[in-house]
Design a protein around this ligand. Sequence first.
Ligand SMILES: Cc1cc2nc3c(=O)[nH]c(=O)nc-3n(C[C@H](O)[C@H](O)[C@H](O)COP(=O)(O)OP(=O)(O)OC[C@H]3O[C@@H](n4cnc5c(N)ncnc54)[C@H](O)[C@@H]3O)c2cc1C
Length: 376
Amino acid sequence: MERFGTVIIGGGIVGCAVAYYLTEEGESDVLVVEAEELGSGSTGGSFGGVRQQFSTPLEIEFSRRGLAFWQTAERRFDSPVPWHPNGYLFMTGQPDIMAKLGEAAALQRSMGLTDIHVLDPEQIREVVPWIATPGLLGATYTPNDGKVTPTDGVAALVKAARQSGVRFREHWTVRSLERVDSGWRLTGPEVVEAERVVVCTGYWTSDFLRSFGLELTIRPQALYSAITGPALAGQPVPLTLDLDTGFVVEREAEELIIAILLEANPPDYGHTRMLEEFADLARVRAPSLVDLHIAKRVVANVDLGGDGHPYVGSVEDGLWMAAGFGGHGVMHGPPVAELLAKTIAGRPDPTVDITPLTPWRKAGAASEWMVAAKKG
Ligand SMILES: Cc1cc2nc3c(=O)[nH]c(=O)nc-3n(C[C@H](O)[C@H](O)[C@H](O)COP(=O)(O)OP(=O)(O)OC[C@H]3O[C@@H](n4cnc5c(N)ncnc54)[C@H](O)[C@@H]3O)c2cc1C
């Protein structure tokens, strides 16, 4: 029977990053097993936005590191990972949300991320002239946030990890995971053993780890989006989100991605309803986008649930996990994977404490409200 130092279950951005960062810690006897293809889960369906705009110190710290990871990945890994500095603009007409955006901006500044601008409606029009501002109170704008293609990051991490000896197996679904005297036995297409296991199974993790006594709230939520024909030519298009309605627009080459970001989908929700609602909202918020040509309808499952922070850490002796990024795993997955790899290797980063992210934490821990979806 084959035996490995570490087996990582799940080959999304998180599993591939954990593999790479374990090699940085000198651990190369690593196997990654992936049920489908590498990057085929939430990672493959993701918009790839990378933003500093969060509201808790831990999430902002992950953003600082995530921005650095994606901005430098192409050079670091000598692999194509283009960075598109489109920016992020979160707007609202609700006084309480505007106040919270202002507080979050102040917190980001206090942590050294000073490139955040609190805009009034007139300033919003200067940044995005295609937005109609009646009903808006203001926005927060971070021009140096950006966008990537997440599978570029997967390819870069896999290339680097392979060079250091990590092995990857696709179409290898772990059907059972059991403790044996010498560690763990994983049963899939074959049976392998490992000294330690790291579970990085995205929104599948609640089911996967239930038998270990964990009641995680990570759940898949379908996000219905559409890619338009060429639109807003020559105009700046940061990821522009109306937090009051979930109306979102972002640049995808010459085209746009459009969607409505909801905390939960109503029954029977789908593309038809999303596009109707988008057109209704556009009449008020962006009249030039009412009659967009829709080139492609896209749906993918986001890893929502929990308190907006990922579950990261030890499940039990020799069994680790990192999952449940609440729709932020592309930006936060790589830095969190690095912090976890250091912890696993027995050299935790003294500058960031990830123990509050334990999967055993009680519900009601400090929550990240800026999950970028329609607010109450
Ligand atoms: C439409 C959409 C838009 C998004 N936009 C953004 C964004 O702008 N910015 C951002 O940061 N994030 C965004 N996200 C969220 C982000 O994509 C996820 O948080 C991130 O990809 C999670 O990575 P992961 O590796 O944890 O999970 P996944 O990518 O889902 O990987 C988990 C892997 O585990 C595998 N697996 C599951 N069970 C088993 C098993 N038993 N055996 C073997 N393998 C198994 C799965 O096949 C899968 O490949 C978006 C997601 C979607 C869907």
